[in-house]
Design a protein around this ligand. Sequence first.
Ligand code: A2P
Length: 284
Amino acid sequence: MSSLTTRIELNNHTAIPCFGYGTYKIKDASEAYESVKAALEQGYRHIDTAAFYENEKFVSDAIKDFMKENNVSRQDIFVTSKVWKTELGYDKTLAAFEKTMEEMQLDYLDLYLVHWPASFAFDDDWENTNRATWKAMTEIYKSGRVKAIGVSNFLPHHLKALMEMEVIPAVNQIEINPGFLQKETVDYCQENGILVEAWSPLGRGKSLSHPVLEELAAKYNRTVAQIILRWEIQHGIVPLPKSVNPERILQNANVFDFEIAAGDMAVIDAIPPYGNSGHGPDDL
Ligand code: A2P
């Protein structure tokens, strides 16, 4: 994994940059626009948004302007969006996709994800709802308007029904931060050829003050954020850190010139739950 733009092949043979830029909670139009522009200017080529983030338009405006101003072609930038959990099911998913495409005004998306699964906690027919949503996702994929399809926040019991369908998810984007590696889900995905992406890779900033991580940061002469992001990369996970600060956007991307030793990886793996959101797919 040698740079921000190094790509990993997905199970459908499209390729995804191994590091991305997350845009959750950047709702303000100019802040979203400027932050995405800053990330692209600093070399990020993988931008993650979602209908739920209410910033798809500003994110894609920044991408389009950056491409035009810098003569960068569309295939050099990887763009992801997601269908929100109120829009699950066949018809609603198709309609949500059209709305996203209208907002973003792009010819295609690189990746479209089901943001949260239907769960037994709120849907008696949750497995069939997930199958119907996935049927719509498959149709969208076959239309060529998205290069790959995947899911987010799916645990192995949600994924199992999809593994029997015609197209299997290429990606599962889940919460991962120190103390919350979600090893069972990561192992299941990696054994089944599904790439894992990390949302909240820095625990929304909460993970940054952990004493064990501070010690490792001093040992490697790095920031805590860099230690965490490198730990995720070494686990084969694609982190999607969010920052609106250009210096931190740059700092977060400087994780390709050092290696965390196996013993220290195990130390981070062993950190007890600390910075995670506490919000899972089977909660109401
Ligand atoms: P800011 O946007 O002001 O930089 P996550 O990616 O886990 O969702 O975490 C995002 C939070 O972590 C944001 O509050 C962001 O604040 C903060 N953050 C991102 N990168 C860094 C960094 N390198 N150092 C300190 N805080 C950071």
